[in-house]
Design a protein around this ligand. Structure first.
Ligand SMILES: NC(=O)c1ccc[n+]([C@@H]2O[C@H](COP(=O)([O-])OP(=O)(O)OC[C@H]3O[C@@H](n4cnc5c(N)ncnc54)[C@H](OP(=O)(O)O)[C@@H]3O)[C@@H](O)[C@H]2O)c1
Length: 275
């Protein structure tokens, strides 16, 4: 990845769960110092918390937050986009700045419509970013310079893994890694429940289930071995694991994954007003 000096100054417009996780990542990695970060959020309590916790400058007026910055990270809820991205804010964003949006279901073209003549990078992160284990997909527009893209890779690389791809893949990415932590938490909880039913204390059951998901994910990534092959390695003929997998298949666990992803894609289209 590129040199950290390419980052310059960064403003966050909205700094809730995701914004704070990114802010924490870049400060912890030493990519920026607190004096190079500004935040625009409406709630006074949130501003006080962020200033106290991270020493960053917070503003109630988003226009003040973006003055003279190199990057503007849009981390408000998608339904707030039209309210927040006013023509006045667009004008206040320096011409040199790259706009980085993490808003789900908001296309690059929609942002370009609201903030014309600025480079726009769309990013789909996920919540494990908060513990440095995020998965962020990055799609730059035509205006984004190589230097700016490198800086965005540094920002999201400071809190997990990154991939750079075409925006056309973004909806599918959202349905897999954006929403994926939700699927994983349901599965961890279900496996832990089954452990409780098998007689284990709740805390132990959660620890066993969560670490098993974390370890299996790490193993699939680090070995590069196809997951089906890894599964084959743990299923001895006539053994216990294959009996467990058989029960899962009878309950349609694979079909559930396909349906979950399709449901996310359908819901996203409906929210955009396309269905
Ligand atoms: N959570 C996920 O799993 C996930 C995954 C991928 C992408 N995303 C995207 O990340 C974005 C942020 O999600 P989140 O979970 O961090 O939401 P969140 O915790 O609700 O944070 C939203 C932030 O927006 C601020 N805000 C509201 N109105 C504003 C305004 N007029 N001007 C400036 N800031 C304003 C809020 O400020 P106050 O605190 O002062 O109210 C808050 O800091 C969303 O667009 C979401 O689609 C989320």
């Amino acid at each position: 990845m590129g040199k950290i000096k390419t980052l310059g100054k960064v403003a966050f417009i909205g700094c809730g769960a995701m914004g704070e996780a990114i802010l924490k990542g870049i400060l912890k990695a030493g990519l920026l110092t607190k004096k190079d970060v500004t935040v625009g959020v409406p709630t006074v309590g949130r501003r006080e918390y962020l200033s106290k916790q991270y020493g960053v400058k917070c503003f109630a007026d988003n226009k003040q937050a973006v003055a003279d910055v190199d990057f503007v990270v849009l981390a408000v809820k998608p339904q707030m986009a039209k309210t927040v991205l006013t023509p006045e804010l667009a004008q206040a964003i320096p011409a040199k700045a790259t706009v980085v949006s993490i808003m789900s279901s908001i296309d690059i073209s929609m942002i370009q419509g609201m903030i014309p003549d600025r480079a726009v990078v769309r990013v789909m992160p996920n919540t494990p970013l908060a513990v440095g284990a995020g998965m962020s997909a990055i799609a730059p527009d035509q205006k984004t310079t190589k230097v700016a893209l490198e800086a965005v890779k540094n920002i999201f690389g400071s809190c997990g893994e990154i991939v750079v791809l075409e925006e056309s893949s973004m909806e599918a990415v959202s349905a897999i890694s954006g929403c994926g932590p939700g699927y994983c938490f349901v599965l961890i909880d279900a496996l832990a429940d089954a452990g409780v039913m098998a007689g284990l204390p709740r805390n132990l059951a959660i620890q066993l289930a969560a670490q098993t998901f974390a370890g299996s994910g790490k193993m699939a990534i680090e070995t590069g071995i196809h997951p089906a092959q890894l599964r084959d390695q743990v299923t001895s003929p006539g053994g216990t694991t294959i009996a467990g997998i058989h029960a899962m298949e009878l309950h349609g666990v694979r079909g559930a994954m396909y349906d979950a992803v399709q449901a996310v894609l359908d819901r996203s289209e409906a929210l955009k007003g396309n269905k």
